[in-house]
Design a protein around this ligand. Structure first.
Ligand code: C2E
Ligand code: MG
Length: 501
C-alpha cells in the first residue's frame, strides 16, 4: 500500500505544485518504477509458485525411485482411458518381482533400488511410449497396454518375464530375480479401473502360486479360488484342532543292504471339502495364511510320536522355511524332544535352500543349535534352486537329498547321468551322506548303487504309507531281493559307461 501514497499527495498539493511537482514527479516516477518492479517480482513469484506447484503435482504423481508414474497417476490414467470411451480393447498388466525381498535383505536397499530402476528401464524398452507404465508398490509394476490382433498380450507377458529373468549387473553384483504377471482385459466404457486392477492383481497372484506359469490371464474361476482359499483357512484351522490331518511315511533304504534306514513323514489331508489336497498346495496355503507355525508344530508332534512307536527308525520331517526361520525354532524342537523323550539322533529335519537364501547367518546358527542337540539336518531338494556351493561349504548338514527331478533322464542321457555322478561325488567330498529321491524303477536303483549313492527313496522301493504299513514293510523287508534283482538287470550301455567313469 505505501508504494502508492505519492500519487495521493500530488492531488493535495495545489499552488505549490509548480515547485513541488517536478520533485513529486521524480518521487512518483521512482515509486512507479518500484511499483512496476514489485509487480514484476510478484508476477515472477506467481510464475515460480505455479512452476513449483506443477513440480509438486508432478512429484506427487511420479515414483521417486524409478521415475515412472506412481499408483495415483496410474489409476488416474486408467480412469481417464475408460471415461474417454470409444472403440478398442486394452489390457492391464500387473507385475510382481519374485525374490525381491531376498535381494533387499541380502544386498541392501541401494542394490534393491538399483534393481527396481533396472526393471523399469527394461519394461520401458519393451513397451511403446503410448503405453502407460507405473511402479505401484514396493516391487509391483503395472502397465496399460493396447491390444489388437497384431499385438497379443500373451506374447508381451512372455517378453516381459524373459526380460526380467535376464540377470542384472548392479554395482558389481549379479542379481537374478523373476517376475509373475497377471493380466486383466478391459473394454473402454464397460470396465472400472479399480476392478481391472483388482483382477490383474488376482491373476498375478495365481501366476505366483502356479508351479508352471509365470503369467496368467484373469478369469472368474480365480475369484472363486480366492474365496476357496479363505474358506480353506478356517477348514484347516479346524482340521489341525480336531486332528483330521495325517502323516504318511515313506521308506528310505540303504542302497547296499536294502535295510530300512529312515522314513520321511509326508503330510496328508484326506477329507477336506476339496478332496485330498497335496502338501505341495497345502503348505504354501498355510504359509500364506500364517497357519504354518501351528501346522508345523502339529507335524513335529505327530512325527515324534511315530519315532517313539518305531523305536529305532529315524523319522525325517520337512520344515517350511517360515517355520525354520521363526525365532526360537531350535528351542521349540528341543522342548518337544524332551517332552516326548525321543533321542535327538532319531529326528531328521529336512530343509530346503529357501531357508538359507536371505537369512544365511540366522540359518547357520539354528542349524548349529540343532546339530549340537544331536538332531540330524538334511539339505532337501538339492539341485532345484540355486544349488549354491557356498551353502554346502558354509553350513553343516549331515545329509544331502538329490531332488527327484534328476531321475527323469538318468541313464537315458549321458549328461544327466554324469551330473548325477558329480553331485554324489560332491556330497561325499563334503563328507555328507547322499540320498536320491524319486526312484521309480529297478535300473535307476541299480545305477545309483553303481554311482555309490548311500540311500535310496522312491515308489520302486516303497510309496508313502501308514505307520502300520511301515511296521509291516520293515518286518517283511524284501528290498534286498529287489535290489539284487535290479543288480542282475541289463543296464543301458550309456549308463554303464558313465557309471564306470
Ligand atoms: P519332498 O520333501 O521332496 O517330498 C518328496 C515328494 O516326492 C513327496 O510328495 C513324495 O510323495 C514324492 N515321491 C516320493 N517318491 C516318488 C517317486 O518315486 N516318484 C515321484 N514322482 N514322486 C515321489 P508329496 O508327499 O506330495 O510332498 C510334496 C512336497 O510337499 C514335499 O516334497 C515337501 O516339500 C512338502 N511336504 C510334504 N509334507 C510336508 C510336511 O509335513 N511339512 C512341510 N513343511 N512340507 C511338506
Ligand atoms: Mg523332503
Amino acid at each position: 500500500m505505501s508504494h502508492f501514497e505519492p500519487f495521493i499527495s500530488v492531488a493535495a498539493l495545489g499552488d505549490l505544485s509548480l515547485i513541488v511537482l517536478p520533485v513529486v514527479c521524480v518521487i512518483s516516477a521512482a515509486a512507479l518504477a518500484r511499483g512496476l518492479a514489485l509487480r514484476a517480482h510478484v508476477d515472477r513469484k506467481l510464475a515460480e509458485m505455479g512452476e513449483r506447484e506443477l513440480e509438486l503435482e508432478k512429484a506427487a504423481l511420479t515414483d521417486a525411485v524409478t521415475g515412472l508414474k506412481n499408483r495415483v497417476a496410474f489409476s488416474k490414467e486408467l480412469e481417464a482411458l475408460i471415461e474417454r470411451g470409444g472403440q478398442g480393447e486394452f489390457a492391464v498388466l500387473f507385475l510382481d518381482l519374485d525374490r525381491f525381498k531376498e535381494v533387499n535383505d541380502t544386498l541392501g536397499h541401494k542394490i534393491g533400488d538399483g534393481l527396481l530402476k533396472g526393471v523399469a528401464t527394461r519394461l520401458r524398452e519393451l513397451l511403446p511410449a503410448e503405453d502407460v507404465l507405473a511402479r505401484i508398490g514396493g516391487d509391483e509394476f503395472a502397465a496399460i497396454v493396447r491390444v489388437d490382433p497384431a499385438r497379443r498380450v500373451d506374447d508381451l507377458a512372455i517378453a516381459i518375464v524373459e526380460a526380467v529373468y535376464e540377470p542384472f549387473l548392479i554395482e558389481g553384483h549379479v542379481v537374478h530375480v523373476g517376475a509373475s504377471v497377471g493380466i486383466a482385459k478391459g473394454m473402454r466404457r464397460t470396465s472400472s479401473a479399480e476392478e481391472l486392477l483388482r483382477q490383474a492383481d488376482i491373476a498375478m497372484y495365481d501366476a505366483k502360486f502356479s508351479k508352471t506359469d509365470s503369467f496368467r490371464i484373469f478369469d472368474e474361476r480365480m475369484s472363486n479360488m480366492i474365496a476357496l482359499r479363505s474358506s480353506m483357512r478356517s477348514e484347516l484351522e479346524k482340521a489341525i484342532r480336531e486332528d483330521e490331518l495325517s502323516l504318511k511315511y515313506q521308506p528310505v533304504v540303504d542302497s547296499h543292504t536294502g535295510e530300512l534306514s529312515s522314513a520321511e513323514a509326508l503330510l496328508r489331508w484326506p477329507n477336506s471339502s476339496q478332496g485330498e489336497i497335496s502338501p505341495g498346495d497345502l503348505i504354501p496355503l498355510a504359509e500364506e495364511s500364517g497357519q504354518i507355525l501351528a501346522l508345523g508344530g502339529w507335524i513335529l508332534d505327530k512325527a515324534l510320536l511315530a519315532v517313539r512307536e518305531l523305536k529305532d527308525v529315524p523319522v525325517a520331517v520337512n520344515v517350511s522355511p517360515i517355520q525354520f526361520r521363526h525365532h526360537g525354532f531350535a528351542t521349540i524342537v528341543g522342548d518337544k524332544l524332551l517332552a516326548t523323550g525321543v533321542a535327538p539322533e532319531l529326528l531328521r529335519l529336512e530343509i530346503t535352500e529357501g531357508v538359507l537364501i536371505s537369512h544365511m547367518d540366522a540359518a547357520k546358527s539354528t542349524i548349529r543349535q540343532l546339530r549340537q542337540m544331536g538332531v540330524v539336518v538334511v539339505l532337501d531338494d538339492f539341485g532345484t534352486g540355486y544349488s549354491s556351493l557356498s551353502y554346502l561349504q558354509n553350513l553343516d548338514f549331515d545329509y544331502m537329498k538329490i531332488d527327484k527331478s534328476f531321475m527323469k533322464d538318468l541313464g537315458r542321457r549321458q549328461l544327466a547321468t554324469q551330473i548325477m555322478r558329480c553331485v554324489i561325488e560332491l556330497g561325499h567330498s563334503l563328507e555328507l551322506k547322499v540320498v536320491a529321491g524319486g526312484i521309480e524303477n529297478d535300473w535307476q536303483a541299480r545305477l545309483l548303487q553303481l554311482l555309490n549313492c548311500d540311500y535310496l527313496q522312491g515308489y520302486f522301493l516303497g510309496a508313502p504309507m501308514s505307520l502300520e504299513d511301515l511296521h509291516a514293510f520293515r518286518a517283511n523287508n524284501n528290498i534286498h531281493e529287489k535290489l539284487n534283482r535290479a543288480a542282475s538287470q541289463e543296464l543301458p550301455d550309456l549308463a554303464v559307461r558313465v557309471a564306470n567313469g
